[in-house]
Design a protein around this ligand. Structure first.
Ligand code: AMP
Length: 556
């Protein structure tokens, strides 16, 4: 293993690295930094988030840009505001010992005036989200004439989010660019296309296997009947009392509903979804980041770019439709050399999906039993008792009260004190879990499940009023074909597009039939009873500054 000193970094940077407490370079840093410092023009780094890639490109950039020229020389383009802020914070900490070098973050949802002022002050490095950057280019508020380095960070995420045209526009508008460094967790064909079009013989580096998951993550799955997901989630949270976790749902309705239910039941959780204003989103993120919130539940879209250190568990409330999305979800844990756990709650008929994901991640997925009520109580009990034993008693003036307390407890044994503490702390758990059912699907149930699945569905339906509406949708099979002027050119894949229209219209996926997606337009079958609601919610709205048109395909 190499040391930072051997990578060719200057003394100021080495001093900052020391101050940050980085002892040895991560794999991507060890391999990329010498290559980038040597003047290699184009570069592709395939690495998961959390592998230390910000330093892998940030440190070389700081060393390579000129401190005497006070104009933008390096541009870092990334998918989200959170990541943009994170990158600039990291770069600020790397350049602490350097003089005459500035970096600015430009992203949507914040005052463009302030950002323009910051740029005018004379910066060498600009980190930007694509939309805001284009806005600045169009206002002629940023001069890209002298940009020599363009870094595309989380390139696959940017393409997933539909920024392909924006990225190409940015690459076309940096005439003096002689180095393009692209970082991505996965290598879909669209990225190959960008690299072929805009890069010359890039130096390609893969840390771990491309498209595979981080080795520090333990992939676990729990099999339960579909209607027991929520209880299973609760049980998994309760079984991991020290959890600092991120839970993923497929729809924002689920994220919100589960957050509300868990909050009512005393859990420390909030939801992140597309309906929040930027201010609300910042507030939730701030609370999660400083750990005053133990759990965050989010949709994939809303969670993009979240980079929070120390997440112990990622829980997939449902498996994602898109296999690659699983890698992104689970990559939120097990960062910077830490270990993490990615849990998936599945039902028996989803085993084949799990196998597909396992194949892609190329790491074994372990089936675990959903803990019993007794297991949970035991775990909670010992967790609390460990905390009790580890409590810091060196500071308080406890001695004053001890004689009085000793007298009070004179006739009570140690065992009894422990029992009383337990009763105070665990009453809620003990009551809740007293007659807790087994939530596992066992092989036996599996067979029965398959035989009687139709009956089960109906039973579930009558129990859960909220869902009966969907069942009606499913039952008639009468679809209206809708036309939409959005397609793959807008950066959508079928799955992400369906999620987008469901989120916009607040409908559940049962309303959907077949989809036919082309570059510019799509045709989607929607249950006739829900079609009007969807058109009302979507037609005329904006997507990236363009007016969405949605109407009945047969009435055009
Ligand atoms: P990144 O992939 O750039 O988001 O980095 C993930 C986390 O790893 C960040 O919190 C970094 O501060 C941390 N990190 C980066 N490089 C190192 C290193 N060489 N040693 C320890 N931590 C690091």
């Amino acid at each position: 293993m190499m040391s930072f000193e051997e990578l060719g970094l200057n003394e100021q940077l080495l001093a900052s690295i020391k101050e940050l407490g980085f002892e040895t370079p991560t794999a991507i840093q060890e391999k990329a930094i010498p290559v980038l410092l040597s003047g290699t023009k184009d570069f592709i780094g395939l690495a998961q988030t959390g592998t230390g890639k910000t330093a892998a490109f940030g440190l070389p950039l700081l060393q390579l840009v000129s401190t005497t020229d006070k104009h933008p020389q390096a541009l870092i383009v990334c998918p989200t505001r959170e990541l943009c802020i994170q990158i600039v914070n990291d770069i600020e900490s790397f350049k602490k010992q350097m003089r005459g070098i500035s970096v600015v973050a430009v992203y949507g949802g914040a005052s463009i005036g302030m950002q323009i002022k910051d740029i005018k002050r004379g910066v060498q490095l600009v980190a930007a989200t694509p939309g805001r950057l284009i806005d600045l280019i169009e206002r002629k508020a940023i001069n890209l004439e002298q940009i020599k380095y363009v870094v595309l960070d989380e390139a696959d995420e940017m393409l997933n989010m539909g920024f392909q045209d924006d990225i190409e526009f940015i690459l076309q508008n940096t005439p003096k660019r002689d180095s393009t460094w692209l970082f991505s967790a996965t290598m879909p064909p669209e990225i190959r296309k960008v690299s072929r079009r805009y890069m010359k013989e890039p130096f390609e580096l893969t840390v771990g296997k491309a498209n595979t998951g981080n080795k520090n993550i333990d992939h676990q799955y729990y099999v339960t009947p579909a209607q027991r997901r929520y209880e299973t989630l609760k049980r998994l949270i309760d079984f991991n009392p020290g959890i600092y976790g991120l839970i993923f749902t497929r729809t924002k309705a689920d994220a919100q509903e589960i957050a509300e239910k868990l909050t009512r039941e005393g859990y420390d959780i909030d939801a992140l979804h597309g309906d929040l204003t930027q201010q609300q989103r910042d507030k939730v993120m701030g609370q999660f980041r400083d750990k005053s919130l133990q759990l965050l539940i989010a949709t994939d879209v809303a969670a993009r770019g979240i980079d929070v250190q120390g997440i112990t568990h990622v829980i997939n409330y449902e498996l994602p439709d898109d296999t690659e999305v699983y890698t992104h979800r689970s990559g939120r844990t097990g960062r910077a050399g830490n270990t993490g756990i990615s849990m998936s709650i599945i039902h028996a008929r989803e085993m084949y999906r799990l196998k597909q994901i396992e194949k892609m991640v190329q790491q074994p997925f372990h089936r675990f039993e959903i803990p019993s009520g007794k297991d949970v109580c035991r775990k909670q009990f010992f967790f609390f008792m460990d905390k009790l034993l580890q409590a810091d008693i060196s500071h308080g003036d406890y001695e004053t009260y001890i004689p009085m307390l000793t007298e009070k407890f004179a006739n009570i044994s140690k065992e009894e004190v422990l029992k009383r503490v337990a009763a105070l702390e665990f009453d809620r758990f003990l009551k809740y879990y007293e007659n807790a059912e087994d939530l596992n699907v066992r092989e036996r149930d599996n067979v029965r499940d398959r035989k009687t699945s139709g009956r089960n569905d109906r039973r579930e339906d009558t129990r859960d009023k909220g869902r009966s509406r969907q069942q009606e949708y499913n039952a008639n099979g009468d679809y209206t074909k809708l036309f939409v002027n959005l397609g793959s050119k807008d950066g959508f894949y079928k799955a992400s597009f369906l999620q987008f229209i469901l989120d916009m219209s607040d409908l559940r996926k049962d309303v959907l039939g077949k989809i036919d997606m082309r570059e510019m337009n799509s045709w989607v079958e929607v249950d006739s009873k829900a079609a009007k609601q969807m058109v009302r919610a979507i037609d005329g709205k904006n997507y990236k500054g363009r007016r969405i048109r949605m109407n009945d395909a047969n009435s055009r």
